[in-house]
Design a protein around this ligand. Structure first.
Ligand code: LLP
Length: 426
């Protein structure tokens, strides 16, 4: 069966097997061990360029949603390219600082900000709090008043639009915990406008992730723009419109719209309502990094069975949780595709973790032997950032490739790191 490389133009087969930019992945695996995350800087910068092209000539701010991949070396790439950041915790705020990001370009999302997190973010001078409930508005106001400050806010609207994606990553439906219901939004702005600790700067919405169709975006934008007009008609001026993230990537056969093409359509709608003078903000995560990364793994054992053949590899659900969590598909390809087709067998590719849910790919045709290495594709987003130490497994190392340079941006976690902070009871 032919292995293709869906959606990953910076990875290709060359004389030395699978390459990223100018480097052979097998050499990186040899030098740094497996499991190993490898990212292409050019791929990240290229994905960002599509958004920048879409916003050419506009007042716009791209805030990379760092939950997709918050490794400092990755954040630095986006900070240097002029991006702000969408954060969801005090930990992510600290990462902006460590990566040299501009605090004025930070927006703070999330339904459960603590008072401490609010204080830190206010003291840091972030650009905007995306407020997600009426209760949060009052708490943020109190925290800001106590500090003698005014918190810049936008209200996250829940537009009740179905993004047609996996239910765990839909966020803009009435049954989701996110945002303030569309019908309550105007009244909530009017209340916020009376509070001395708040300064209204924008409006925000984010309907879900891995969205591969245009229609949900267009519908959500219509509903947002209705609100923008109603809010401004009530005398409350909005400086920016934040349209969230969510644009999908190609893992297999998906054909999501290109960022610039999608934005051309969205901008038409914004302009048609005469709202084009607002600063446009977006919070993309996956679409900037997803196809920029791979996870390299070594085949430990082949285990033929009556019902299934298993290919047991050294990466597991703790390294790459998306298949276990969302039944997500990631292409799995050999680093050295040199065999003939008749040697292929169909395997479930599984890790060493003691759970049947620990699988990386199901029913994959592969030509492999123990000791050979595979690349799990499209692993730049929500893989390392969701990795855990389950089964007391250290997290993988990470390499950022820039042309023919390989930079270690995260060391492999040592066993001693895993015990840090623990002590015997007596
Ligand atoms: N803004 C907000 C408020 C968000 O909640 C998210 C993602 C984003 C932006 C970025 O969305 P993106 O452009 O990456 O789709 N772990 C899941 C995805 C969870 C997404 C959570 N929110 C996965 O692996 O598919």
């Amino acid at each position: 069966m032919k292995n293709t490389l869906p959606g990953a133009p910076y990875f290709h087969y060359g004389d030395t097997g699978l390459m990223v930019e100018g480097l052979a992945l097998s050499a990186l695996a040899q030098e740094h061990g497996t499991p190993l995350y490898v990212y292409s800087k050019a791929s990240m910068v290229g994905a960002l360029a599509a958004y920048q092209a879409g916003f050419a000539g506009r007042k716009a701010q791209i805030c990379y949603a760092m939950k997709a991949n918050s490794s400092l070396g990755v954040l630095q790439v986006f900070a240097r390219a002029g991006c702000g950041f969408d954060i969801v915790s005090g930990g992510e705020l600290a990462r902006v600082r460590a990566a040299g990001g501009d605090m004025a370009k930070v927006i703070f999302s999330g339904v459960g900000k603590t008072r401490d997190e609010m204080r830190d973010a206010l003291a840091a001078g972030i650009g905007c709090f995306n407020v997600e409930s009426e209760a949060e508005i009052d708490v943020l106001n109190a925290v800001a008043v106590a500090m003698g400050l005014r918190a810049p806010i936008s209200i996250r609207v829940n537009p009740n639009v179905d993004p047609k994606t996996h239910p765990y990553i839909s966020t803009g439906l009435k049954g989701n915990k996110f945002g303030i219901a569309h019908e309550r939004t105007l009244a909530t702005y009017q209340h916020a406008a009376t509070l001395p600790g708040l300064r209204i700067v924008g409006i925000d919405c984010h309907i879900g992730s891995q969205i591969t169709e245009e229609a949900p975006y267009l519908d959500a934008l219509d509903r947002m723009l209705d609100l923008v007009q109603a809010i401004e008609a009530a005398g409350i001026r909005l400086e920016h419109i934040d349209f969230g993230g969510g644009l999908g990537i190609q893992y297999q056969n998906e054909a999501p719209p290109a960022a610039d093409a999608l934005w051309a359509k969205l901008l038409q709608k914004i302009d048609a309502r005469g709202l084009g003078e607002h600063t446009l903000m977006i919070e993309p995560g996956r679409s900037l990094v997803g196809n920029a990364g791979v996870c390299l793994t070594e085949v430990l054992y082949l285990k033929p069975g009556e019902q299934k053949n298993f290919c047991i590899v050294d990466a597991a659900m703790n390294d790459l949780p998306r298949p276990a969590m969302y039944q997500a598909y990631h292409a799995i390809v050999p680093l050295e595709p040199t065999k003939t087709a008749d040697e292929a067998a169909v395997y479930d590719v599984v890790g060493p973790v003691c759970e049947s849910g620990d699988w990386i790919g199901r029913d994959r045709a592969l030509m492999v032997q123990p000791g050979e290495r595979l690349a799990v594709m499209s692993a730049g987003a929500y893989c390392m950032s969701m990795a855990s130490n389950y089964n007391t497994r250290g997290r993988a190392a990470e390499i950022l490739v820039d042309g023919d340079r390989a930079i270690v941006i995260r060391q492999r976690e040592a066993i001693s790191d895993l015990f840090r902070g623990e002590q015997l009871a007596d």
